[in-house]
Write a protein that binds this ligand. Structure first.
Ligand code: SAM
Length: 247
């Protein structure tokens, strides 16, 4: 925790940390024992700002091979990451989540996989533009993000202009950002944010993915949270936005 913040109430500190996470001077702070425990998986896990040293060099230094670089924000229990990396050994994949214990449990599972075409980052999605360099990524996946349903928390939603600035920066020309959510309110919010966007085009949009597009790639896998929502009969909303960046 930075010195100037120590007198603030805890709630206020958290809000500030999230806002600051986008910026240049941000430093990760924590006293979580899983930070140390994640060190066991140093072959493929990078913690906090360790990942940012690789910006611009993921393929040639971290993976030692040239391949399309993809990332998933909010990997959770890793259902998509595991399925996708093992079915697509020709991509370089980076999973990212900010929860410590969840990250540790996932790292244990990742350690036993056949194809090691991935890295895992314990860090924040807000740091996207610091973890990756200009035009480094081909695809970004964002599935069932925390919806922050209360009006006073909407500003915590990751999908906002400030975040799309980072998405635009790190995606290659024609790069794609693929989204699924259970939450009507967050999906409407995303659609509203997109109305103000001229840097991306929406190339796919559905308010009921599985009924309308059962053959689509986004219907071809089920994440842990998605299964819970499907069992409750909730319709899956989805969108793919494509960068209009010139090559
Ligand atoms: C509802 S869970 C969904 C997990 C997974 N994608 C799935 O569909 O099963 C949301 C995940 O996003 C992570 N998360 C939330 N905000 C984040 C942020 N700002 N940066 C990185 N991860 C975040 C949480 O820790 C959690 O694991």
């Amino acid at each position: 925790m930075s010195k100037e913040n120590t007198d603030l109430p805890e709630k206020k500190q958290k809000t500030n940390e999230k806002d600051r996470a986008f910026g240049e001077g941000f430093e990760y702070t924590h006293d979580n024992p899983y930070h140390e425990r994640l060190g066991v998986f140093e072959e493929f896990v990078l913690r906090d700002d360790e990942a940012e040293a690789n910006a611009g060099n993921w393929n040639n230094k971290a993976f030692n091979r040239d391949a399309p670089l993809h990332t998933e924000i909010g990997t959770g229990y890793g259902h998509f990451m595991i399925d996708y990396t093992q079915k697509n050994p020709d991509v370089n994949f980076i999973g990212l989540d900010h929860r410590f214990k969840r990250s540790f449990n996932l790292a244990k599972r990742l350690n036993s996989l056949q194809h090691k075409n991935f890295k895992y980052l314990r860090g924040r999605g807000e740091r996207l533009g610091h973890i990756f360099a200009e035009s480094e990524l081909t695809k970004i996946f964002y599935f069932f993000p925390d919806p922050w349903p209360k009006t006073r928390h909407h500003k915590k939603r990751l999908f906002q202009k400030r975040f799309l600035d980072e998405v635009y920066k790190v995606l290659k020309p024609g790069g794609e950002f693929l989204i699924k959510t259970d939450h009507d309110g967050y999906f409407e919010w995303m659609c509203d944010v997109m109305k103000e966007e001229s840097r991306f085009e929406i190339i796919f949009q559905s308010f009921d993915l599985r009924a309308e597009h059962p053959e689509h790639f986004l219907s071809s896998f089920v994440t842990k949270f998605e299964r819970i929502f499907l069992e409750k009969g909730i319709k899956i909303k989805s969108m793919i936005i494509k960068s209009k960046k010139e090559s």
